[in-house]
Structure formats: structure tokens, C-alpha cells
Design a protein around this ligand. Structure first.
Ligand SMILES: [Zn+2]
Length: 260
């Protein structure tokens, strides 16, 4: 028996290697299951998600061949999320400017100030602050659910980023510094590649798991009064300290990129 020698343990150059290997596997899976976006690119994020959320190969096969509509989230969660995001973006823009940084929201013309210091882009669940040579990804969560796979997928696209998560109602804010956690990023990519290769080479089997219904049930708001009370209070009470934390991160990131 040989001792375990995982290919992702051997340093920085494996990031590029694993990324192109993962791209290749995603392209083959996209080809096999016809998973392309409207611009004809493989749905990489969806594919990695289906691979990593389903340990059972038959479930992964199901997820790839019968994509679930994402729209089964209770509208109250979606509305609450949109509201928090709206206020956060404008507070960030205001505070960044007050701190001497020229910030624009994606789609805006930079104006007379030349190249913006910070561009605020919309992502699926939050925003991406693009600074010179760095990115801060901010995820907003209105419910209690969270997906580490989803967070780490950002890391695959932005390996030098900081991912900040605000769980609004739970009054929690934490960050994942992808530079500090390079090994877990490589491990996730390694696992996704291997599972993808297994899916590509194997034939689908039947299984009796039914993960989908339980997920749907969990997204329904049972107590809308409590949700709204908690949400509105948390947004107004906690937003200033959240914005402060993001500004500190942005300051550290832009200083770091100036020095490098
Ligand atoms: Zn299964």
C-alpha cells in the first residue's frame, strides 16, 4: 500500500493545474448533459455544485439531468435579501467615497474621476467589491441555510479574494480569506474533478434518495412576523458595523496590492 500523496498538497502551481483540469471536466460534463448558458459557455458553477452536493453518483446524475428550478425560495426571503442588499450597496458607496475612494456600481459611467478605485458588482447572493488586484465577495443570508460549497466556488474563480458572509437575522459576520485557506480550495477542486471523472466514466444507477422535497420545505417561512421583525431590526442595527468591517477589509486589501 502506498501512502497517500494527494496532488493538491504540492503548492501554488497546483492551483492553475487543478483549475484547468476542473475546466476540462466541466466542459465534458456540459457536453454530455447539454449544460450551457445563453452565451454558450459551460455552466461551471452549476456543475461543480451538482458534483459536490451529491455524494451519491445517482443523485449527482439526477441533479445534472433534471435541474431544479431555483425559484422555490419563499418570496419573503427573496424580498428581505433584496432590501438588505439595496441598503448595503448605497451605504458602501457613500462610505467608500467619504473615505476618499472613488466607487462605482457596475454599469455606471465612472464620471470625471477617471478609473474607479472600487467597482461594486452584483453576484448571485450578494456583491463583489473589485479593488486594484483584489476582490472582496460579500454574501448576504436572510435565512438560516448556508452552503460552504457555494462560498468556496467563489474561491475557485477568485483565489485571492476574501469572502465575507453576513447572516443577517443571526447577527453573524465572518470571513474566509482564500489566500489563507488555499489548501481547502485545492482539496475541493480535487474532489470535484474526481467526482466529475467518475460521473463521466460511469453509468447512472437508480437510487431512492429524495433530497429535493426536504430542501423545498425548509425554504418556506413559517413565522413571517418574526422573520420581518428580526430582519428589519438586524439590518438597521448591524449595518453600520458590517460596513465598517468591509471598509477595513477594503483598506487592508488595497494597501496589500499597492505594496506587492
Ligand atoms: Zn442517491
Amino acid at each position: 500500500m502506498q501512502s497517500a500523496n494527494l496532488p493538491f498538497m504540492c503548492g501554488e502551481e497546483s492551483l492553475g493545474r487543478l483549475r484547468s483540469e476542473l475546466d476540462r471536466v466541466c466542459e465534458e460534463i456540459a457536453e454530455k448533459f447539454n449544460l450551457f448558458d445563453t452565451r454558450g459557455r459551460p455552466k461551471k458553477s452549476f456543475i461543480v455544485d451538482a458534483l459536490m452536493r451529491n455524494i451519491c453518483p445517482a443523485c449527482a446524475f439526477k441533479a445534472l439531468t433534471q435541474p431544479r428550478e431555483d425559484d422555490d425560495v419563499d418570496a419573503l426571503y427573496r424580498e428581505g435579501h433584496g432590501l438588505a442588499l439595496n441598503i448595503l450597496i448605497e451605504m458602501l458607496r457613500y462610505e467608500l467615497k467619504r473615505n476618499g475612494l472613488n466607487a462605482v456600481v457596475e454599469g455606471e459611467v465612472p464620471g470625471d474621476y477617471g478609473r474607479p478605485d472600487v467597482t461594486i458588482k452584483l453576484s448571485n447572493q450578494g456583491i463583489i467589491l473589485e479593488l486594484k488586484g483584489a476582490a472582496i465577495i460579500i454574501e448576504l443570508k436572510t435565512g438560516v441555510s448556508i452552503s460552504l460549497i457555494q462560498l468556496l466556488k467563489y474561491g475557485i474563480e477568485h483565489p485571492d479574494s476574501i469572502i465575507a458572509v453576513w447572516r443577517i437575522r443571526m447577527k453573524q459576520f465572518f470571513i474566509i480569506d482564500m489566500r489563507k485557506h488555499r489548501q481547502i480550495l485545492l482539496a475541493i477542486m480535487f474532489a470535484a474533478i474526481n467526482r466529475g471523472l467518475a460521473i463521466l466514466s460511469g453509468t447512472a444507477t437508480e437510487c431512492h434518495h429524495n433530497n429535493r422535497n426536504s430542501q423545498n420545505k425548509a425554504s418556506r417561512v413559517e413565522n413571517p412576523q418574526q422573520l420581518l421583525d428580526e430582519l428589519f431590526t438586524s439590518i438597521t442595527n448591524d449595518l453600520p458595523s458590517i460596513v465598517d468591517a468591509i471598509l477595513r477589509l477594503a483598506g487592508e486589501k488595497s494597501r496589500a496590492s499597492e505594496n506587492s
